[in-house]
Design a protein around this ligand. Structure first.
Ligand SMILES: [Zn+2]
Length: 670
């Protein structure tokens, strides 16, 4: 084709990759170029020269650059073969990545000069497709559509509990050496989860828009070059990434829309091989997302909510995931059982819902097809809301027709009635329901209509408190037994219990069930020092007995470790103490005050590392004084400093008491 094709693409970061890929097809680098804000004057001149001389066949342009006067003026002077609009779903506010500047593309094309236009996208619902065509003025265009079905992808939705991190670590450990992407909604979660994976010996890196550009590219490349197995990312990651052998995509949070979900999961198994798509879902996340939207314009909020409802419906449904997804993209799926999703592999018992479907259809018609699902269910169940009274819908025959059926069931009936084609939801009109022709036929001659009950994804776990960065005990019974044992041993040895093991260590034991000395030493706060050998045996015995008696399946090979905070300065403090540097000098060299260095040392000691500060203590305190404080500590039965300070505070300073406590913990505990 004669002339240069103009490729309009939203992602500046990807243009270079795309251009590089194109250059492989030619001997001349000038065959493809990009024009965006990252180029300097000299580079822009080179691009223009190549375009004018006819060498360049493809010119990538960001929509922002396309609106600039100079660029428009330049493009008017050259011969253009055609326009390609990439990621065309960005045109529609119903797409998952709406970009207002995409709406200006058509007027600008008209200004530059009309040529053939091709629009491309990998995710478009019928509604989005219509928006694209309308907006680009190509309603009569020929549409090429390939199936949305990706038979090699396995879809699963799991309940998200407070142990989601452990669940994910377990899952990844079962996928040894395979490449995977974990999507989280917030940057904070990305950072924290990546760190947790790393301390659990999983090769992982974070990726999000808040990181600086160079670091982001570095992490992305490390993933592409398989230096790491897992990338933990916000949805900023992956557009245009073409790694063929991503074996799993995990959604840590519910995606904001099914388009987003489809596109993100679509990055798994591009080579046609295995691709597992696991989503962790709780309806609590829905409320969080709705809260995020509150600052946005109302229309946008409304759209956002609708998209979210679709995603939640997908997650909670017991219908084949593939069928639901394909239905969403306007593609029928005729198979009864796809054999590659959690719902098909573990089908739920089906319930006859003929009466309920008929009642739903009749209610929708009685309400003149002007209401949404929630209202329709309220009428069917005979609820007395203000709106119902206002519209006098409590006088209808259908009012209360299914007052003995719960809301969840009716929701499932309507949802599956939609998928079955009996009911249609008018997306453009905020989800008003109407009865299709097929639905009207059904009412004349109702047949059996069996549905699967929706799953319950409300919080199942009993809300065990999580402390900063540490795990919580998943087995509260064992935890309290371990505490009792600690008390008994402490009494026998005449020591406060916390000297033996601190609570976080017991919580970890009641989570991972160590039954050998080696395993016990991996528990945070136990360490390889003397603690495990001195007290470990009795704890191991207790855990073993508990595991056997209750037939507990221990997590294989799984040691969820906590993330050490500020571990580098701590290491330097330990080294400084080893070299017998006076603590006050050590504090000064670290630019922290004396109390802060005591804080650090206390937490080093309580995490199981032996520290000997005698060299300093003997310098600043008499041994008898130290002895008196130690005796006082032994008299109290908690790790609280307060009672000791109350008792001896008039004689010794708080700093002195704390230093002696460190000595005491170090000598007795380890
Ligand atoms: Zn299925």
């Amino acid at each position: 084709m004669e002339g240069t094709a103009i490729v309009i693409s939203p992602l500046i970061a990807l243009m270079k990759n795309q251009v590089d890929a194109m250059r492989h097809f030619s001997e001349k680098d000038g065959i493809a170029h990009f024009l965006n804000s990252s180029l300097n004057k000299q580079a822009i001149d080179q691009v223009k020269e190549d375009v004018v001389s006819g060498i360049t066949k493809l010119l990538y342009v960001a929509p922002e650059s396309l609106t600039k006067e100079d660029n428009i003026d330049f493009l008017r002077t050259i011969k253009i073969s055609f326009y390609a609009v990439d990621e065309a779903h960005c045109i529609s506010e119903w797409g998952h990545d709406f970009r207002p500047e995409y709406r200006k593309i058509r007027p600008i094309i008209n200004e530059i000069g009309s040529r053939p236009v091709i629009a491309l996208t990998a995710t478009a619902t019928p509604k989005v497709q219509h928006d694209i065509q309308k907006n680009l003025g190509m309603v009569d265009a020929q549409v090429f559509k390939s199936s949305f079905n990706r038979p090699n992808l396995y879809y699963e939705v799991r309940t998200k509990t407070s142990n989601v991190d452990i669940d994910i670590i377990k899952y990844i450990k079962s996928q040894e050496g395979k490449s995977g992407i974990i999507y989280c909604l917030s940057r904070k979660t990305v950072e924290e989860l990546a760190e947790k994976l790393v301390v659990n010996n999983i090769k992982a890196l974070p990726y999000h828009a808040g990181m600086d550009g160079a670091k982001r590219t570095e992490n992305q490349d490390a993933f592409l070059h398989e230096e790491v197995d897992v990338i933990v990312a916000t949805i900023a990651f992956g557009m245009g990434i073409d790694k063929p052998d991503v074996r799993f995509v995990i959604h840590y949070d519910i995606p904001k829309s099914l388009e987003g979900y489809y596109q993100e999961t679509g990055r798994a198994g591009r080579d046609g091989g295995e691709g597992q798509c696991i989503t962790f879902y709780t309806n609590k996340d829905l409320q969080k997302l709705e809260k995020f939207m509150q600052g946005k314009p109302l229309a946008e909020q409304e759209i956002g909510k609708q998209l979210l409802i679709e995603t939640a419906a997908y997650a909670e449904s017991s219908v084949c995931r593939r069928k639901t997804l394909l239905y969403y993209f306007g593609e029928p799926y005729d198979g009864e059982n796809c054999g590659n999703c959690d719902n098909c592999l573990n089908p739920k018992k089906l319930i006859e819902a003929k009466d309920e479907l008929c009642a739903a259809l009749e209610t929708i018609l009685a309400l003149k097809e002007k209401f949404r699902v929630g209202y329709i269910i309220d009428v069917m169940r005979g609820k007395s809301t203000n709106d119902i009274k206002l519209y006098k819908h409590n006088e209808l025959d259908v009012y209360g027709c299914k007052d003995d059926v719960d809301e969840k069931m009716l929701n499932a009936v309507i949802r599956q009635g939609i998928i079955g084609g009996y009911i249609a939801r008018d997306v453009e009109n905020f989800g008003l329901l109407r009865v299709t022709d097929k639905g009207k036929e059904y009412l004349k001659e109702p047949l059996s209509f069996k549905i699967a009950e929706d799953k319950d994804y409300s919080e199942i776990d009993n809300e065990i408190q999580i402390k900063g960065g540490t795990t919580c005990a998943v087995d509260p019974v064992l935890f309290s037994m371990l505490k009792d044992l600690r008390k008994t041993i402490a009494k026998k040895l005449d020591l406060p219990p916390y000297v033996i093991f601190q609570d976080p260590s017991l919580e970890a034991m009641a989570t991972t069930y160590p039954i050998s000395l080696e395993e016990l030493q991996k528990i945070p706060g136990v360490g390889a020092g003397g603690k495990a050998k001195r007290y470990g045996e009795e704890f191991i015995e207790l855990i073993k007995r508990h595991v056997e008696e209750n037939e507990i399946e221990r997590p294989d090979d799984l040691w969820v470790r906590t993330v050490p905070n500020k571990s580098k300065p701590r290491l330097e403090i330990i080294q400084g103490i080893d070299r017998k540097i006076p603590l006050n000098e050590l504090a000064r060299s670290k630019c922290i005050d004396f109390n802060e260095i005591l804080d650090e040392i206390e937490s080093i000691v309580s995490s199981g590392t032996k520290i000997n500060i005698d060299y300093y203590l003997n310098e600043v305190m008499d041994e008898e004084d130290q002895e008196e404080i130690i005796e006082c500590f032994k008299d109290f039965d908690s790790d609280d400093l307060e009672p000791v300070i109350k008792e001896l505070g008039s004689v010794y300073s708080e700093e002195e008491i704390r230093m002696v406590r460190i000595k005491f913990l170090s000598e007795m505990g380890i």
